[in-house]
Design a protein around this ligand. Structure first.
Ligand SMILES: Nc1ncnc2c1ncn2[C@@H]1O[C@H](COP(=O)(O)OP(=O)(O)O)[C@@H](O)[C@H]1O
Ligand SMILES: [Mg+2]
Length: 500
């Protein structure tokens, strides 16, 4: 049999040519098969004597070679060199009937691209001689899609495994997925959890049911839900978890498929509590130190006032007595006594000023507004700056310690104005609005800057903030260049009742 013959026949049977042929002559049986082969959605070929005897259209599309080129080349040349040996072996096994399932190999196109082919072969008789009928399909796209899917799956798995929180998938409250972190959080191996009830993570049936109810009722009308619950590890240790859950899909289905992440926040919570405790301790210490300081000042102020005051009064009286008994005409003695009298008078003033500054006895005896009024007067006298004060607040609503706090803040504010502002007018307003005590002090000086307000070394201002914080209040300080400075203190009275 001549080798070229079948090729020639086939060539005439391609595509349109055959249909034109059909109109002219009755097709032979061979023509029919070839038409069929060309119209199949798979690659079909016949190999005989190590040569292609027939390749259909798809074979040419897969390989990128023309029919003529293919009929000239050895079939193995189109197989990827790495896959040749296995492909030949698989084909041989299939022809012998040892293998029944399709096999895969890579094909090299004329353009040098790689395509994945899935193939079956059958022994046939072609032109009275043994031949192989091959049937193949380009599965590159499926293969790539599959690879892509596998990559995605691997990516998802590694993302899930990289998350430090335990992640589980639930279907009807049973675990159908668990990441590696479940071991860290709960002490369970992920594979031991599959198919188990999620109750395993909680402290008992009852609590587990309660938690489940919370989650499922919420997830019915919202996509995600976050809550904190007590959980139990495999070793029996209880932990506090922040749980985030989201339903899978648009709504909660009958199967109630959800995903939950568990974050062990036991340590975090403990640290938070410790921090809050030590803050509370510091606060108490600060309150204590201030009250000690105030008591000490009060004691010293009283002692200076009473002891020194009494002695000085006695000296004053003695001097007056002495003065009346001086022999008339002794000018030098009289001058000396007058000098001593003046000295004692200024000393009395100094004692009064020092003791009042240490602790205005007025504050204890007459209350906040009286003490502030005195301070305003003293400020005007000392600095020559006008000070307009409106002090309307019920003394009874301001307890002693709060009165001290406000008075000290007021003192610091006035001192700052005297030292830094260069103001000519100060306005003070003390009032009670609802359950809030308000103290506003403004001046028309050069204005405090943002930097000065925020400077941690502004100890006077830091002190004001601290004092206000102790009472759960707030301070706002604002300054406008050449317009002045305004300080607003707000203290809630309801809260202040508990503080001491
Ligand atoms: N009423 C004010 N007007 C202008 N500047 C002010 C006023 N009050 C405070 N300052 C500025 O803010 C700074 C910080 O004040 P403060 O904390 O009381 O510290 P100190 O008074 O010891 O300097 C002051 O040094 C001053 O520059
Ligand atoms: Mg100051």
């Amino acid at each position: 049999m001549k080798k070229k013959e079948p090729a020639k026949t086939i060539r005439t049977s391609r595509g349109k040519l055959i249909s034109e042929d059909l109109r002219k002559t009755e097709p032979t049986e061979g023509d029919l098969y070839k038409t069929l082969a060309d119209n199949l959605q798979v690659g079909v070929y016949i190999i005989q004597n190590r040569k292609f005897q027939f390749v259909n259209r798809h074979m040419q599309e897969y390989t990128g070679y023309t029919e003529e080129e293919m009929l000239e080349m050895g079939p193995l040349n189109i197989v990827h060199p790495v896959d040749r040996r296995v492909a030949v072996k698989n084909a041989a096994n299939m022809l012998k009937g040892i293998r029944t399932t399709p096999y895969r190999y890579r094909l090299m196109t004329k353009q040098g691209q790689i395509r994945w082919i899935m193939e079956t072969v059958t022994p046939i008789i072609f032109k009275a001689e043994k031949a192989v009928l091959g049937n193949c399909m380009d599965i590159t796209e499926q293969k790539e899609a599959k690879k892509h899917l596998q990559e995605m799956d691997a990516l998802k798995a590694s993302i899930l495994d990289a998350i430090p929180q335990a992640v589980v998938g639930l279907k009807n409250r049973r675990i159908n997925f668990a990441n590696t972190a479940v071991e860290e959080v709960f002490g369970w191996q992920p594979e031991d959890l599959i198919g188990k009830s999620v109750t395993l993570f909680y402290r008992g049936e009852k609590e587990a049911d309660e938690i489940g109810r919370h989650f499922y009722t919420t997830l019915e009308h919202q996509r995600t839900f976050v809550a904190e619950f007590n959980c139990r590890r495999k070793d029996g240790r209880d932990i506090l978890c922040r749980m985030r859950s989201s339903r899978i899909g648009q709504r909660l289905t009958k199967e109630r498929r959800i995903v939950i992440t568990y974050e062990d926040i036991t340590e975090q919570r403990r640290a938070e509590e410790e921090l809050a405790n030590s803050r509370e301790q510091l606060r108490n210490l600060s309150i204590y130190l201030q009250s000690v300081r105030e008591k000490e000042s009060t004691r010293i102020a009283r002692e200076i006032h009473d002891e020194l005051g009494q002695s000085l009064t006695a000296i004053q009286m003695d001097l007056a007595w002495l003065d009346s008994r001086l022999p008339p005409g002794d000018l030098s003695l009289s001058t000396k006594v007058q000098h001593m009298k003046r000295l004692v008078d200024t000393t009395v003033d100094s004692v009064h000023r020092i003791s009042t500054e240490l602790r205005p006895i007025l504050l204890d005896d007459l209350g906040l507004t009286a003490a502030m009024e005195w301070q305003v007067q003293e400020f005007e006298e000392r600095t020559g700056v006008r000070c307009k004060a409106r002090l309307d607040c019920k003394e009874s609503s301001v307890e002693k310690d709060l009165a001290t706090t406000l008075f000290r803040i007021f003192q610091e504010t006035l001192t700052n104005i005297a030292r830094h502002a260069g103001a000519t007018l100060v306005k003070v307003h003390l009032t009670q609005k609802g359950n809030e005590l308000r103290l506003d002090v403004s001046d028309n000086g050069k204005g405090i800057t943002l930097k000065q307000i925020g400077d941690p070394k502004s100890f006077g201002i830091v002190g004001i903030r601290e004092r206000v914080n102790l009472w759960g209040g707030s301070v706002s300080i604002t300054g406008k260049p050449q317009k002045g400075t305004m300080i607003k203190v707000r203290i809630p009275l309801a809260l202040s009742e508990g503080a001491t």
